[in-house]
Design a protein around this ligand. Sequence first.
Ligand SMILES: [Zn+2]
Length: 195
Amino acid sequence: MNLIVWRGTKKIGGSCLEVSSATTRIIIDIGEVLPEIAVVKQRPRALPDAPGLFGRGDRKIDAILVSHGHGDHLGLIDLVDTEIPVFIGEKALKIYNLTAQFTGRKPIANPIKYLQSGQGFKIGDFTIVPYIVDHSGFDAYAFLLEQGGKTLVYTGDFRFHGRKQKATEYFVNSLPDVIDVLLIEGTMLSRTQEK
Ligand SMILES: [Zn+2]
């Protein structure tokens, strides 16, 4: 299993990662760089460098997993190659497409597969299990990925309080004892006044 963090380290926003094997490429989140959201109409939006994500590349991308509908995780979805299947929560997609009427974005035109919490599925030689988690963004998921005997967990944005806090606890308790790679959001780590 190979991992590329195209964007999202050392800053908040613009999250975009790629996990791959010899035969399969999966993008996790397609976020917009946060400071640019306010001025999106004034200048081009910064794109991550993943080959084939915004047009045909040397190797096709098999899927895009979207953790939730916040712009720093989903904001560039209207620009990606429309042939790439998108895996997303049903409600998150509905909210995106409804608000697109007001934000000037295009509704998502890609083939869609809805995430079902706890129900695993295959993409190429990867097995993926999404877990719904509590977050201020509605219909948010974390992902457990397995391939070639390795496991990777991508938490997306989550919290242990809120209306669905038990869902986050269920996600953590459902994970294997050994995880090879944990990718976790650190938005609150720099807010030292917070508990
Ligand atoms: Zn979020």
